[in-house]
Design a protein around this ligand. Structure first.
Ligand code: 3Y8
Ligand code: NAP
Length: 248
């Protein structure tokens, strides 16, 4: 029986996976949360918006005769990943996570790992700094207790009211380049970067730029997601599907 695939997207690797599935003529649907305006178009039929928790996802899988879910969401999209594990366990649908390895610091890096945004905010020194807060929009409130610092924010869409008084906003979607991120850090005289350990190529240039400029990085470690089958590259996920195709 040909697999009918739900691809949970929102990352660069998900877009690569979508291209491989489309080229293979796979029966697949791409899913965005609807977090941004006009997300990147995909070469697959695309649905946008939440499913309505585990129950909603179970209903979607059954109503659409999904046989395989590939969870290519971001490592910090932990709720979606937990829901996919639960819904696939309930329905018997096969699940594979397409998850890129975490970034690891090299000898020339100056990282301090933090377990939460609150810890990152508490870790900031007393004197006012110029900070590239490269965590997106959803977690900015954690830094409202540190209004003395200047925050450079890179956001996909223009935000509403911000919980931070001293900010400069750069609206950009990524993936980013080293040249761009070096210029950004220099132009705004950045002294420290706060980032999520997202892994992957799309968000990595800011870390390369920090290394070259010898800037410290506060690196947020990933949330823990329960055990599931994982592949690091879209090509391995395609092999998993072909194996599934033969019913192995
Ligand atoms: C909506 C889809 C592709 C996908 C590109 C990757 C790379 C560029 C790096 C910085 C850090 C950040 C943020 C980031 C990156 C890629 C990838 C990645 C980080 C889009 C996208 C969606 C989102 C959601 C958005 C979050 C935000 C996070 C910005 C599309 C562009 C900071 C995460 O305004 C908001 O509410 C934004 C929310 C979740 C984190 C946050 O909490 O605010 N991503 N990002 C997906 C959906 O609706 O399902 O709009 O086209 C996808 C990408 N973002 O195909 O090339 O693969 O990681 N995205 C982080 O990793 O730190 C930017 O500026 O250096
Ligand atoms: P999250 O906190 O794990 O999920 C919150 C809820 O959003 C989920 O329970 C689900 O709603 C819905 N959702 C999330 N991803 C979805 C998808 N791909 N398709 C349909 N519904 C989805 O998710 P998040 O961290 O807000 O991330 C949202 C999207 O942005 C994901 O596609 C993720 O890959 C992408 N992204 C996130 C980050 C990040 O830093 N978090 C970075 C880059 C890209 P229901 O419960 O109603 O089903």
């Amino acid at each position: 029986m040909n697999p009918r695939i739900l691809l949970l997207g929102g990352t660069y690797e998900a877009s690569r996976m979508a291209r491989l599935l489309a080229e293979a003529g796979a029966d697949a649907v791409f899913s965005y949360a609807g977090r941004t305006d006009a997300p990147i178009a995909q070469p697959l039929p695309t649905r946008i918006g939440g499913f309505g928790g585990v129950e909603g996802l179970v209903g979607y899988l059954q109503a659409n005769n999904i046989t395989h879910v590939i969870d290519a969401t971001h490592p910090f999209a932990a709720q979606m990943s937990r829901n996919a594990i639960a819904a696939c366990a309930q329905t018997g649908v096969r699940l594979l996570a397409l998850e890129r390895p975490a970034w690891v610091p090299g000898p020339a890096d100056n990282w301090r790992e933090v377990a939460s945004l609150e810890q990152a905010a508490a870790t900031l020194p007393a004197e006012a700094l110029r900070i590239f807060l490269a965590i997106g929009r959803q977690g900015l409130g954690s830094f409202a207790c540190r209004p003395e610092h200047f925050y450079l924010l890179r956001l996909v869409n223009a935000p509403g009211a911000l919980p931070l008084p001293r900010t400069e906003i750069v609206q950009a979607r990524g993936p980013f380049t080293l040249e761009n991120d070096l210029a950004l850090l220099r132009q705004h005289r950045i002294e420290i970067i706060v980032a999520k350990n997202s892994g992957g190529a799309g968000g990595a240039p800011k870390l390369e730029a920090a290394r070259l400029l010898r800037l410290p990085v506060l690196m947020l470690t990933r949330p823990v997601i329960p055990a599931r089958d994982v592949a690091a590259e879209p090509e391995a996920a395609m092999a998993w599907l072909h194996g599934a195709d033969r019913g192995v």
